[in-house]
Design a protein around this ligand. Structure first.
Ligand code: ADP
Length: 447
């Protein structure tokens, strides 16, 4: 089985950690074993041969044995007088103190002391074989070094893994976020020798493709908009002729009722087509110019107040109850006054056109946090819930029977939406309101 790079890297890590753990375990085990065995002295001392050689002198007899540095040997007689001594603080002829003698056996390590007599029973030999004590500090030191080595290598591995896997993954995630936010120029940059390089290349390639695709779409959209603009412009001239000539004929006294009716139909549809062409032109232009709309800093309360004043007479004539809740202090925003008036006109005209007499219109303006919230609501027939999702799309009109004679184009609300978006704001329909229609307009405050 051929392992990929990341798997190989992880496998390497696992093996390395396993080796360190095993080494650490074995070290501890052997050190522990050494310490347990340390009670055993490694000196080689053969009592029989020593006694035999002692007849030829103490030093000679000693030289045949193999005592270690801390061992000692005292030869004394039954009066505790020291005859010979090796490696102990007493000298020949000294008296071995009885309590000192006893202290050897009170020691924690009685088995390290051996006492034997000479063949003739004249001397006593006291042999001390020092236990080889392992230094605990040394053991702790070794274990500490092992642990530190383990930590250092683990950190090293973590860093290496981080460099080869985690950091690239972070860069990939960051890059994907950038791309999903529309920054198609973002290029993910890192260098590993594993599969993440392939992912990096794929994502960079995808982002480049998306960029090209979006540019292509923009270009197509632009071409389509240009086509609509020139078409609506070109249609305008023949339509003006149709409307003008039909009107001219209608202005004359026509006796034939059929011809008169036909002329009226031609004139009416000519006007509808002209209105549609105008709105289509405006909608397309708004779509194209959304970044270049001219605005000025204006008090929105004053702008709305002026527009509402224009409507007061009409409301009263039509017996429409109106209520305007405008704040007494100014609220500023960047506005294209004429375009915004178009939104207000569309909403107010719709209320007037689509509702029967004697209903209420309420306009409310508030500032909430850093936004201006304008609600325009009526207590008319409302727009059915099923249309709420699509009502701002171009050419959407509520079932034609009720609109048949009103001459709308179905573009008014989509133009309003585009204008609000061009102001970095929005317009929505409040689906929780069921007494008629409530439109909510949002604009950013510009202090
Ligand atoms: P139109 O040119 O047809 O008026 P709009 O986009 O302005 O186009 O409106 C879309 C449809 O929404 C209209 O055809 C109408 O049926 C409905 N509508 C808009 N405003 C209201 C309202 N205040 N009350 C009832 N229906 C409305």
């Amino acid at each position: 089985m051929k392992l990929k790079h990341i798997s190989r890297q992880l496998l390497k890590n696992y093996i390395f950690i396993m080796i360190i753990i095993i080494t650490l375990g074995l070290t501890t085990f052997f050190l522990n074993l050494t310490y347990t065995n340390s009670k055993i002295n490694n000196s080689i001392f053969d009592i029989d041969s020593f006694l035999y050689d002692y007849n030829n002198g103490f030093d000679y007899a000693l030289s045949k044995q193999n005592l270690e540095k801390k061992d000692f040997l005292i030869v004394f007689d039954y009066d505790y007088e020291v005859i010979d001594v090796y490696n102990y603080k007493l000298n020949k002829g000294d008296q071995l103190d009885y309590s000192e003698y006893n202290s050897f056996y009170d020691n924690e390590d009685p088995y390290s002391y051996y006492e034997f007599e000479s063949d003739d029973g004249e001397y006593i030999f006291l042999l001390y074989l020092a236990p080889v004590t392992t230094n605990m500090i040394f053991v702790i030191l070794i274990i500490s070094i092992a642990i530190i080595t383990f930590i250092i290598f683990t950190l090293f591995l973590a860093k290496k893994t981080g460099k080869n896997i985690i950091r690239p993954l972070e860069l990939i995630s960051q890059g994907v976020k950038e791309i999903s936010n529309g920054n198609y120029n973002h290029i993910i940059q890192f260098e590993t020798s594993n599969e993440l390089d392939d992912i990096r290349d794929d994502i960079n390639h995808m982002s480049l493709q998306l960029k090209h695709e979006i540019e292509r779409r923009k270009q197509l959209e632009n071409e389509r908009n240009q086509l609509i603009l020139s078409l609506s412009h070109d249609i305008k001239t023949p339509l003006t002729n149709v409307i003008g000539y039909s009107q001219m004929l209608l202005n004359q006294s026509i006796e034939d009722e059929n011809i008169k009716q036909s002329l009226e139909i031609i004139n009416k549809y000519g006007l509808t087509a002209a209105a549609l062409t105008d709105e289509l032109f405006d909608f397309t232009k708004l779509n194209m110019d959304y970044q270049h709309m001219l605005t000025e800093r204006l008090d929105i309360v004053e702008v709305i107040r002026l527009k509402l004043i224009e409507y007061v007479n009409e409301f009263e004539t039509l017996h429409i109850n109106y209520q305007f809740n405008l704040p007494s202090t100014p609220i500023y925003t960047q506005l294209n006054r004429m375009k915004f008036y178009r939104v207000l006109d569309n909403l107010l005209q719709n209320s007037i056109n689509y509702n029967h007499k004697s209903f209420d219109i309420t306009v409310d303006v508030q500032s909430i946090d850093d936004q201006i919230r304008i609600t325009i609501e009526d207590t008319g027939i409302g727009i059915p819930q099923t249309y709420h999702q699509t009502i701002f799309n171009p050419m959407v009109r509520v079932e034609s029977s009720r609109n048949r004679n009103l001459g709308g184009t179905g573009l008014g609300l989509s133009i309003a939406k585009q204008i609000m978006i061009n102001h970095n704001g929005d317009i929505t329909i409040d689906s929780t309101y069921t007494d008629g229609c409530r439109f909510v307009l949002i604009l950013p405050i510009k202090n």
